[in-house]
Every structure is written in C-alpha cells, then in structure tokens.
Write a protein that binds this ligand. Sequence first.
Ligand SMILES: [Zn+2]
Length: 410
Amino acid sequence: MSVVKRLMEEEESRGYSRTDKAICASCFDDYAIRDFIAKNATGPVCSFCGQRDIRENIAADGNAVLAFVLRGLWSEYSDVDTEGVPYDSEDDEYIIPVYSNYDLFHEELADITDDEDVRDWLINTIHNHQWCEKDPGVLSPAQGLVAGWRDFCDAVRYKTRFLFFDSRPKRGPDEPTDIGEEPFYVYPAELLEELADAVKQLSLTTPLAAGTLIYRARPHETAIRFASATELGPPHPDQATAGRMNAAGIVVFYGALDDETALSEKPGNEAAISIGTFQLTREAQVLDLTNLPTVPCIFDRQRRQLRVPIAFIRKFHNDIIEPVQPDRQEHIEYVPTQVVTEFIKLRFTDQQGKKLDGIMYPSSQRCEGRNLVLFATQENIEGIQTERYVEPPKLLRMTESKTIARRTPL
Ligand SMILES: [Zn+2]
C-alpha cells in the first residue's frame, strides 16, 4: 500500500483532519469539553484566543480535543448511510432530519462554544457526514420513556383507574417481532417500575431531620378560628377531597417548608387564614423533586448514561407541578400523580430497602418554595385522639398556630 493511501485511510478512520492548533478551556462553553481540556493541557498558548500562561499549561492538543468531541458526537449521532435511512426521491430529501457539520455546530450543538473561529474549526476539521440521530427507526430510550409516561397518564385518566393495564405482548423465541415494534417503549404496566429505577439511579431520596418545621394553612371566614391539631392537620377520611397527590377518601398530609409558601398555595377569597406549624418527631425519608440534576451533555463520559433517566424525571416533575385550573377536569388531571404517589407510598423502597415518608416538590405558586406531602393521617399526629387499640406510630406534632387576616379581596 502506498504511503499516501495509508495516510488517507488513517485519516478516514480518525474521523477528522489533523490539526496543528492547541485550544484552551475558555474557548468552549460546554462543561465536559472544558473539563477535558483542563485535564489534558499540554501547552502554554491557545491558538484561538491567544491566551498564554507562563506558569502552567492551559491548552490541549487540538487533535485530542477533536477526538474527544467526535466520541461524544457518535454517542448520539450516526451517519444516514450506516443507519440505512431511506431517501424520498419525490421530495428530494431523507425521511428524517439530517444534519451537516454546519447544522450540528450551528443548531443542535450551538451552545458548546460562542467563538465563531472555534466553531468553524470544528466544522472544517471534523469529516462531514449526513448526520442523523442514532437508531432513527425506533424511539430512543428517552423518547420511549416519555411516550410511556404520556400513555400511562392517558390510561389512568381515561381507560383504567385501578391499574388493569394490558401487559407487554408476549411472543415465543421463534416468533418474528412485529415490524415497527419499539424496543425502548415503556408499557404503562412497566412505567412505575421504570420511574422507581430512575429515582434509585439518581439517588433522589433525602432525609428531613427530626424537628423540621412544616406549615399547613387553612383559609376560613373571620368568625371562626382554627387552632388545634385536629383542625389544622389532615382531615378525617370522610372529609378528604381529591388533591394533586391523593384520591378522595385517601388522606395524606400536605404542607410546605415555610409559611409563605403554605399561604401562597391557598389562594382564595376567604377573609382569614390559619396556619399550623408542625414538627417532625423523627427523621423522615422523602423523594426530593426540588433539586433535580441537569441533563448531562453528550460529551460527559462519566454521566452520559444518566441522560435518559434525568430527562425522564424532569419531564415527570414538570407535569406534576403544572398548575391545574380548578374546574371539573381537575379530578381527571390529578389521577396520574395520585397513582404515582400511592406507588411511592406503598411499593417503593430506597437503596437501603426502606419505605419513604413522603414527596417534596417545588411550589408552582412561589418561586423557590418547597411543598411536601407526607404519608401521614390524623393517627400519625401527636395529640389527636384515635380510636385504635394499639397507638399508631407518630410522625408529627403541632407546635404553634396563628390566624391572620387576608388582604381585602379585589
Ligand atoms: Zn482559547
């Protein structure tokens, strides 16, 4: 083989043309690329911004950076020919979105750098492909989960309230699979387990210390005043109406971690509002949806495999905090979160095999406000008389109550 041919083949398999540039971390905005450069800096000068440091190396070999960027690209993108994407000759285009290098670095991955010289360098040195998403013929794992969640919500709202889902179609080892079957689609019957796996994988449970204060507000007319734990705690099952996290008749304890949030969660025209301050009598373990991780970028080799569960949990989170207009539809809109809450309460266990005491979620009424639903009824609150022969375990006690007049309604 001639030297020229061998060099051409080498370059072909490398996926980019060799470069004599060195580049510093500041020339990128993507955290994983910046991190890679910082860890692999071998020179004192950046060929792009001209930054120079006489004490330490700040720039990595451009070839290493190109190889790193390409590895990230190949984790989610592929080539239309490799994927066998059909071409629609009538419309003169591929049947799915296809990207050139220019499209990729100007649109799909535009935020990895705002330096146009760096962008042009990536576009011109990485071999141009007709890029498309990997496995374009089927839903991606992330899309499969999101489609599964959508169908799960639809199923519990309109098809089966009490979880008589169809199971995943079974077929023997020799039976051919249906054309178009989605390997990553999550059937409604499997959705809750997928959710549990994502929660465990992302370690989303957190302890709330004994003594943590939780506030519960109850609006009313000025003529009356509520001050006891029975009046300001959760209702008796006979009076429990449906809420975001509970079906009618099934009692949970709704509260907030500060009184302003508790107040803002109870908009209305009543003239006054009473607030009970409750305290955890022991440590409580809760699912924490208030501090979700951001979706890692495709260049983040350590955390790339978390892109799917994080994207799914964030979608779930956005759906559950979305405000629902109180009208006759609310009982249907709340069903998916009611089902998930019951699953977390009755079936979910954390990495240590322990059950959870509740779910913490952001307030949709108050920025930074945190709401809490605890799996506690009147029986779990100190000082409320119960008719049980054996005293139920306690989780909360009321320490204080106050009643305040509301602003005059407009
Ligand atoms: Zn630079």
